[in-house]
Each structure stands twice: as C-alpha cells, then as structure tokens.
Design a protein around this ligand. Sequence first.
Ligand SMILES: Cc1cc2nc3c(=O)[nH]c(=O)nc-3n(C[C@H](O)[C@H](O)[C@H](O)COP(=O)(O)O)c2cc1C
Length: 214
Amino acid sequence: MSTLPLTPDELLTTTRSVRKRLDLSRSVPIGLVRECVEIALQAPSGSNRQGWHWVVVTDPDLRAAVGDVYRRAVEGYQAGSGFAGRLFQDDPGRADVQQRVGDSVAYLGEHMGEAPVLVIPCLTSPNLSAGNQAGLWGSLLPAAWSYMLAARARGLGTAWTTLHLAYEAEVAELLGIPSDVHQGALIPTAYYTGETFRPAPRQPLDQVWHHDGW
Ligand SMILES: Cc1cc2nc3c(=O)[nH]c(=O)nc-3n(C[C@H](O)[C@H](O)[C@H](O)COP(=O)(O)O)c2cc1C
C-alpha cells in the first residue's frame, strides 16, 4: 500500500484525534490495519521485551458491545470536573478549543461502536508496580502512537482514547482478554472525511522549556 506524500514533520504535526471525521460507513481492509501494526512493532520497549499484544475488533456485534461500554464511560467523564469541555473556560485563549474537544469527545462517545475497526494495544506484565509506571507503559504507548502515525500515513484516521479503562474488565470479558493482560488504549480506526489535517494550536514552547534546570 502506498502512503501519503507527507514529510516526517507533517506526519508528526498533523496526526490529530479524529472523531467527527471518522467515516463510519466505509470499511477498512484488515490488511491495511495489519500493515500499521507491523510498523508499530518497530517501536522501542524496555529490555526489548516486546510484551505487547494487539486486539483488533471488526465484528459488528463486538464493536457495538465495546461501544456501549465506551458510551457509559464517556457519560461518567462528562459528568466530572475533568471533562475537556469544561477545562480552561476562564482562559479566553483556550476556552473555544476545549469546548470543541468536549463536543468531539461526546460525539465519539455516541459512535465508538460504529467505527469499522477498534484496536486495543495491550501489555503483558506480571504486575503493575507503582514504582516504575513509566518503564511499564513506555513499553507499549510509543508503539500505539506508531500505529496511529502509520494509519495517518495511509489515509486512515484514529483517536487515542482511554476512557473505557474505567470498565477495563468488562471489555476484557467481551473479548476474552486474559485477566493478567492490561489494556493501554482503545483506538477507533477508519477512513476520514474531508481533505487533510492541520497542526493544532498548542501552548507556547517557552511555557514548558527548561534549559539547564527547571
Ligand atoms: C492518555 C490520553 C488519553 C486520552 N483519552 C481520550 C479519550 O478517552 N477519549 C477521547 O475522545 N480522546 C482522548 N484523548 C485525546 C485527547 O483529547 C487529544 O489528544 C487532545 O485533545 C489533543 O487533540 P489532538 O490529538 O487532535 O491534537 C486522549 C489522549 C491521551 C494522550
């Protein structure tokens, strides 16, 4: 499969969370998803363990069932103080964007189960020790992001989501994921509508840049 003519910087700055623009009516060849996961397997992992597993869901009934769990999780999130649509509302520079993110999150809450492909990157690990969470999740999440970049390069939209993890055990039960396997994200994957994506507004670099000390 050929890829879009994007420079590395374009790929890195235009891989957006795609929610309202997921094309829910168009199926995605499973071979294309496999290609993206194959690329994701090139990501780093601690001690080169490669303890990741990729649960790819295309069955309509299973997607609908996972979507129901996700909808419930989004409803809980919307009711809480951390809801994206309520954050930074007294900051005129951020309020509009946050409200758009909130709307978009709510939309995906209603439609997750209709995305043609749901990808759940998982991690096998004997325990989730509090001591080195970065070492643990750092062995899965770069690969998940690689998956999303590879998808974007092939004209597919994705969104990083984690809200279903409030009900992780329910999704594990639905999909037969063993109880010692930890889910890292739930990534809807679909072709997108519209033309392309732009870099997003972000807080200025100098707010977060610390040279030679904090
Ligand atoms: C750890 C993490 C968890 C996230 N969880 C969700 C989620 O559950 N649902 C959702 O719609 N978006 C989720 N997002 C996407 C963020 O809302 C999004 O990255 C942010 O608004 C910036 O937008 P952009 O990705 O388009 O640049 C998550 C992102 C990260 C990194």
